[in-house]
Design a protein around this ligand. Structure first.
Ligand code: PLP
Length: 394
């Protein structure tokens, strides 16, 4: 019999170079015993670091107590997490909003689309999003994703999505006809290259949506839960969205997504309008409860903001780095011309540090929000050395 191999999986990913078998804090170990400084956190997922003890304990306890009940029955842990999320969306002030729990970011966005259609009514169902955005891989979230190259293979995609230039208020305004139910934006385009929205843009979008009775949905799947140094990315812009979607960091690695909406919007849903088998079940919500409690006790947004200042300051000094952009600990390191980011990322992997090439010229960093000063120093030393190595060979 042939041993199990990567070839048994559908070929949607390139074959990886390493297999990780253990993680702790900012560190991962592969099956050969090599150590890696994880500066990507599973793409912004393990924001409290790997194997966080409080999350691990919460999971173990819950697994021994009650793993799952269907949503036909109540799960008070989900109610508690929903209340906490509502308070955090309000930056400390409960807003009375309501939450639907899902299993991923794409599913959280699907909930937001259905809510927007239910709220808008027939004939008012279009979601306008930005070029360069990323909102998921289900058919609807793929169409919301403003990257036409990703659409072509899967046409026809579900109707009702429209794209406009990013960070351009007049382009958005021209796309807002009476068929539009919602505008969907990331505060920082993550997969699109770590492009933060402008302050005036986000404020302008809020104003336009208010004037036209259109919902403003903010996709915080990558930026949410302290990643940008605030609880949510939109809080940097002083606006409150109508709907907020989140996932990645919420379970610190346990699959869970959530769609929050203001009460008058959430209340347009009726029993049977939307559902999920696993969303909001006890195990996933126990993880989320432990994540949020730890983030609040450890003042993780403030820590992330402080770590960001140190990291950005040091990265900017590296010879071969021309700019560092992003918010908090979601950063892109723009390399000097002639330094391909994929090669630098590859050299870093060989040297024991994980980043990704988010554009052909930029590395993305999304380290643990609890990264220490020593780990920041180690990261900067490794990145500087990799940039130098690639610079010497190209
Ligand atoms: N929205 C944003 C902003 C994302 O970055 C992602 C994933 O990278 C998604 C949605 C999709 O999330 P998931 O892969 O959990 O479906």
């Amino acid at each position: 019999m042939t041993p199990p191999s990567f070839a048994s999986l559908m070929p949607t990913y390139a074959e990886p170079r390493v297999q990780f078998v253990r993680g702790e804090g900012s560190w991962l170990w592969d099956d050969q015993g090599h150590e890696y400084l994880d500066l990507l956190s599973g793409l912004g997922v393990t924001s409290l670091g790997h194997s966080h003890p409080e999350v691990a304990d919460a999971l173990a306890t819950q697994a021994r107590t009650l793993l799952h009940v269907s949503n036909l029955f109540g799960n008070p842990i989900a109610w508690e997490v929903a209340d906490t999320l509502d308070r955090l969306v309000g930056d400390g002030t409960p807003l009375g909003g309501k939450v639907f729990f899902a299993n991923s970011g794409a599913e959280a966005n699907e909930c937001a689309f259905k809510l927007a259609r239910r709220f808008g009514g027939h004939g008012r169902h279009v979601v306008v999003s930005a070029y360069g955005s990323f909102h998921g891989r289900t058919l609807a979230t793929l169409h919301a994703t403003g990257q036409p190259a990703k659409h072509e293979t899967f046409q026809p995609l579900p109707e009702g999505f429209r794209h406009v230039a990013w960070d351009d208020l007049s382009a958005l305004e021209s796309a807002l006809d009476p068929s539009v139910a919602a505008v969907l934006l990331e505060p920082v385009q993550g997969e699109g290259g770590v492009n933060p929205a402008g302050l005036e843009y986000f404020r302008g979008v809020r104003r336009l949506c208010d004037e036209r009775g259109i919902l403003f949905i903010v996709d915080e799947v990558q930026t949410g839960l302290a990643r940008t140094g605030r609880w949510f990315g939109f809080q940097h812009f002083g606006v409150v969205p109508d709907v907020v979607t989140m996932a990645k960091a919420l379970g610190n690695g346990v699959p869970i997504g959530a769609c929050w909406a203001k009460p008058e919007i959430a209340d347009v849903f009726r029993p049977g309008d939307h559902a999920t088998t696993f969303g909001g079940q006890p195990l996933a919500t126990a993880a989320a409860r432990a994540v949020l409690a730890t983030m609040e006790t450890e003042r993780v947004p403030e820590r992330a903001a402080a770590a960001s200042r140190k990291l950005v300051g040091a990265l900017t000094e590296i010879d071969g780095v021309v700019a560092v952009r992003g918010l908090g600990l979601l950063l892109a390191v723009e390399l000097a011309p002639g330094l391909p980011s994929a090669e630098v990322a590859d050299v870093l992997m060989g040297a024991g540090a994980i980043v990704n090439a988010v554009t052909p010229t930029a590395l993305r960093l999304a380290p643990s929000l609890l990264i220490t000063d020593e780990e920041i120093d180690a990261a900067v030393t490794l990145i500087a050395a990799a940039v130098k190595t690639v610079g010497a060979t190209t």
